[in-house]
Design a protein around this ligand. Structure first.
Ligand code: UDP
Length: 469
């Protein structure tokens, strides 16, 4: 064996022993959570994960098995808030992030754990080019449902054209249920309404044919059919639900939270308040980290909660507080609590919580499903519309509140939905479905489950050299 053989073999051994992967999330709560969770899963299976995230967000990440490296988005002091709009932010991230990611890879090149693969948020397709420049493997990670990815894959592939017209008859795509106008992101009907966001969603597919791996945060029993329907264009391995292990298979010790909270959660007073309530007597309401409701919609929800059948815990982020109707906080009295941020998983897992009024962000949807909480879907935009369709119509784990002609869910409608998921015949069916999906989510992540096997295969493929590096 020549000296260079010996050197390259020992280099391969270093790769093979404990392959080092860099994980690059889009820096928002709904993207950091699943990608960080994936990093923890990979660490549990013998890989060495490093999460590369913006200077601003590094401060919030605490996960013992995962290293963190700062990357520049060009707005190192204030992150997204400093960028004037999404388009600016994405351009700057691409420009500064490519260089910064390259620097991180370079930093590890001569160590005993050089980087083997970049797992990048599909919002950042440029990361594939960085991986290629360094002769590394590249894996795209999608944080939406397989159904949503399938729709965008059809648009990208030309089998569905924009604007999507669904006024007379529902949209029929292979492997997907009939989709009506309200089940689709509004900007598919009016592409000009959010051009930067739409471009980003479609860009996810721009170089996907060159990715070595594609992952999606879903699971076979939930969306195997939807994923299969576009497998040629979108060959995703379903590896979810990326929810902390304590709520599923329990195989990662102490894994009770994502390990990244961009806001400080209020915990003690909430646990005490919930602890004093009957099982399944509280409605938990959250619209996630991004949605900003109109004052009109906020007022309707407020009135519905005051009139509704359950006590309630409502997450109203600080920036949204001013929209609460005058006198509301006083009127609430002991019936409810309004807090700016919480540990959502802990709340959903609490026995006092009996229903989840959700905006249907994909993480919240998977959390409700995995923790077995009946849902009232109040989607606001983008993928949330499609997730709501599946929550009510396909998985039967909740009901969807109907909007009036102004796009507002009125108080009477929300009260009707709250009653439907908590009282009467329909609530029994929903609860049965919820238990079924909770078990299936756990089974997918448990040893030998479909997602567990998909992750194992990836780890194995990384351990044996694929020959591209
Ligand atoms: N979340 C939380 N505390 C809250 C509200 C939300 O920890 O008070 C978490 C929630 O558990 C989920 C994420 O924030 O993991 C929101 O992601 P999702 O995809 O549901 O919605 P987005 O914020 O991206 O719209």
């Amino acid at each position: 064996m020549t000296e260079s053989n010996i050197e390259s073999n020992s280099k391969m051994d270093k790769h093979a022993a404990c392959p080092h992967v860099i994980i690059l999330p889009y820096p928002s709560q709904g993207h950091i959570n699943p990608l960080l969770q994936f990093a923890k899963r990979l660490a549990g299976k013998g890989l060495r994960p490093t999460v590369a995230t913006t200077h601003y967000t590094t401060n919030f990440i605490r996960a013992p098995s995962v290293a963190v490296e700062p990357i520049s988005d060009g707005f190192d002091d204030g992150g997204f808030a400093q960028a004037r709009n999404e388009g600016n932010f994405l351009n700057s991230f691409k420009h500064n992030g490519s260089k910064s990611l390259s620097d991180i890879i370079g930093k590890y090149e001569s160590t005993d754990h050089p980087v083997r693969c970049i797992i990048y948020d599909a919002f950042f397709p440029w990361a594939l080019d960085v991986a290629r420049r360094h002769r590394l493997l590249a894996a795209a990670f999608f944080t939406n449902s397989a159904a949503v990815c399938a729709i965008f894959s059809h648009i990208h592939g030309g089998t569905l054209s924009l604007p999507v017209a669904v006024s007379d008859k529902p949209l029929l795509l292979p492997g997907l249920p009939e989709l009506n106008s309200g089940d689709l992101p509004g900007f598919l009907r009016a592409p000009e309404s959010y051009p930067a966001y739409l471009a980003m969603k479609l860009n996810q597919f721009s170089n996907l044919d060159r990715a070595d791996f594609v992952f999606d945060n879903s699971f076979q029993a939930l969306e195997g059919q939807e994923a299969k329907s576009v497998a040629e264009k979108w060959p995703a391995r379903l590896i979810g639900p990326m929810v902390p292990s304590a709520y599923l298979d329990g195989r990662i010790e102490g894994d009770k939270g994502y390990g990244a909270s961009l806001w400080k959660p209020l915990t003690e007073p909430l646990t005490a308040w919930l602890g004093a309530r009957e099982p399944a007597s509280v409605a938990y309401i959250s619209f996630g980290s991004m949605v900003s409701l109109t004052a009109d919609q906020t007022a309707e929800i407020a009135e519905a909660l005051l009139k509704g059948p359950s006590d309630f815990l409502w997450i109203v982020r600080e920036t949204e507080l001013k929209k609460l109707p005058e006198g509301f906080t006083e009127a609430v009295d002991g019936k409810g609590m309004i807090v700016p941020w919480c540990n959502q998983l802990e709340i959903l897992a609490h026995p006092a919580v009996g229903c989840f009024v959700t905006h249907c962000g994909w993480n919240s949807t998977l959390e409700g499903l995995s923790l077995g909480v009946p849902m009232v879907a109040v989607p606001q935009w983008a993928d949330q519309m499609t997730d709501a369709k599946f929550i009510e119509g396909i998985w039967g784990v909740g009901v969807r509140a109907k909007e009036d002609e102004f796009g507002i869910v009125r108080r009477e409608e929300l009260v009707r939905c709250l009653k439907e998921v908590t009282e009467g015949e329909k609530s029994l069916v929903i609860r049965k479905n919820v238990r079924k999906w909770k078990d299936l989510a756990k089974a997918a992540m448990d040893e030998g489950g479909s997602s567990d096997r998909a992750i194992d295969e990836f780890v194995k493929e990384l351990m044996i050299d694929k020959g591209t590096c």
